[in-house]
Design a protein around this ligand. Structure first.
Ligand code: PAF
Length: 294
């Protein structure tokens, strides 16, 4: 049985069907919806998306769903931080009107065995980097985001730039689905420069100190770009040098032209450039990125 919990002024729905009904009623009342999809464990980065969605629309909704389809291994899924109580309080205090959750089965009601869910392809922007180091991850993201888009219906949707490749993939999906607008919001950082991530709570103090090397590596690439360096290989080497530290395992530190994602190798010299890094610190995987040419 579906139940509805009124969380003071914020509605908390535990089924996508109920959420779809609420969203449709908002549109019937002439409201525009700003939608923030999340996996919970909310931090100030997520909350900046909620604030923006509230400011730019007349109704704001969020989803909290830890999507098993985008985790390559069960351990990573189990370790993903969860704090629903705090999430609900934060969403409410930031002006969210409705939050919904759901089970995998509720998102895919037509499939009786959830192991048989066929993932959608992330498309051309799914190739390389995350596509290489987390095979299937961006396909899993695409598969759930398509369901989330269908649940919410026409809405402006807000994503954080920290997951840069994800923003390219979901922008393609939104365009293909006729979704009104994907709004990509700036990465929020700690004073140290470390990008906020739900996974940061899993870092020990030592690991966090190591993770704080990521941002200076991105800045070093940007400095080199400002001094005229346009060779992706040399920019990558500059970042690798900054990241060479015991206990920091670099998966990639690369520069790509976001407008020509799939041309491999990247055409040189680059006209536009996004530096992207993925590292493992202990058991925690972190990603970050920075535009170099702005
Ligand atoms: O960025 C995330 O938190 C997730 O990938 C998303 C977009 C909510 C899909 O599960």
């Amino acid at each position: 049985m579906q139940h509805v919990i009124l969380f003071d002024a914020m509605l908390h729905l535990d089924s996508p069907t109920e959420a779809a009904r609420w969203c449709s009623a908002q549109r019937d009342h002439g409201r525009t919806i700003g939608f923030v999809p999340t996996m919970g464990a909310l931090h100030s980065g997520h909350l900046s998306l909620v604030t923006r969605a509230c400011n730019e629309n007349t109704a704001c909704c969020a989803s909290i769903f830890i999507n098993p389809l985008q985790f390559e291994d069960a351990e990573d899924y189990d370790a993903y931080p969860r704090d629903t109580e705090s999430d609900l309080a934060l969403l409410k205090s930031h002006g969210c009107d409705m939050v919904f959750m759901g089970s995998l089965h509720q998102f895919f009601p037509e499939i009786s065995d959830i192991n048989e869910i066929k993932t959608l392809s992330a498309g051309p922007h799914g190739s390389g980097l995350e596509g290489q180091f987390r095979p299937g991850h961006l396909d899993g993201v695409t598969t759930i985001v398509e369901r989330l888009f269908r649940t919410v219906g026409a809405a402006r949707v807000y994503f954080g730039e920290k997951d840069f490749q994800q923003t390219l993939v979901v922008s393609d999906l939104a365009r293909d689905m006729g979704y009104p607008e994907v709004v990509v919001c700036p990465t929020v950082r700690e004073d140290s420069g470390l990008a906020l991530s739900s996974r940061n709570v899993l870092l020990s103090t030592d690991e966090k100190t190591r993770a704080q090397r990521i941002y200076p590596a991105l800045l070093a690439a940007r400095d080199a770009w400002s001094s005229g360096e346009r060779d992706p290989g040399r920019l990558s080497a500059i970042m690798m040098e900054c990241l060479s530290l015991d206990g920091l395992v670099v998966e990639y530190a690369e520069v790509r032209d976001p407008g020509h994602w799939i041309s491999e190798p990247q055409a040189t010299p680059l006209e536009h450039a996004q530096a992207l890094i993925a590292v493992r610190v202990g058991s925690v995987r972190l990603i970050d990125n920075l535009r170099l040419d702005q």
